[in-house]
Design a protein around this ligand. Sequence first.
Ligand code: MF3
Ligand code: CO
Length: 250
Amino acid sequence: MAISIKSAREIELMRESCKLLADVFQNLEHAIKPGMSTKDIDVMGEKMIRAHGCIPNFLNYNGYPASICVSVNEEVVHGIPRADHILQEGDIVSLDAGLIYKGYHSDMARTFGVGEISKEAQDLIDRTKQSFFEGVKMAREGNHLYDISRAIDLYISQFGYGIVTDLVGHGIGTKLHEDPQIPNFAQRRRGPKLQSGMTLAVEPMINMGRSDVEWLDDDWTVVSEDGSLSAHYENTILITDGDPEILTLY
Ligand code: MF3
Ligand code: CO
C-alpha cells in the first residue's frame, strides 16, 4: 500500500489528536508512584482519553485488553495492566498509548523511572530518547525512510545495547498502523523517499543487554530474552518541507 499524504485539514486533525495524547502522558508521568498498580495507570489513562472526548485506539486492537500498554523493567512493550502488578521504587515503566480524535490516530510511548532509579537505568532511558532525536534529524523531505533507521542504529550501537528488531515503527493516520514499517536498525536499501504530509510513528525499543525478545504466555507481553531492562520512546511526527514537527512532544 502507498504511504498516505495528509491534506492540510488532516494535518490539523493529527495535530489536535497528538496534542490531546501528549496531555494525557504528561498527567500520567506525574501520577506514577511506587505502590500503584499497572492497572491503576490504565484506568487513569483511559479516563483522561475519554474526558477529551476521544477513543483509546489500543483497546480491543487485535484483542488487546487495555487502553494503555504498561511494560515494567525487562518487559519491552505490550505489557497488560494488572491490579496485582505493583510498581516498586527503582523500577522503570514504559507507557505506550494512543487515541482517536475525529477519526485521526495518535500514538506515543515513554519510559519513566519509579522513584529513584539506578544510573544505568537512567542512561538507558536517556539514550533511547536521544536515539529518537538522532533518527528524526533525518526525517526530512527528500531523504529516504531508512536514513532514520540508520541514524538510530548508529547512535545506539556505541553503547553496546540491543536494538529490538522484531518490532518497528509505522505510518499513522486514519488507522493506527499504516505503511510504511520503520525499523530502528540499519537497512541495506534506502527505503521510500520522505514527502511533506507523511505522518509517522518513530519508536525505538532498546534493551540494555541483547536484542533478542520473546513473547509471554499471555500472547502480548514482549520481554527481553536475557531479562535485561528495556526502554521505549515514541512520537508521532509530521514530515514537512522544512524541519519535522514532533506532534506528540511535551
Ligand atoms: N504499541 C504499538 C505501537 O506503538 C501498538 C500497540 S497495539 C496494542 O504501534 F494492541 F498492543 F495495543
Ligand atoms: Co506505535
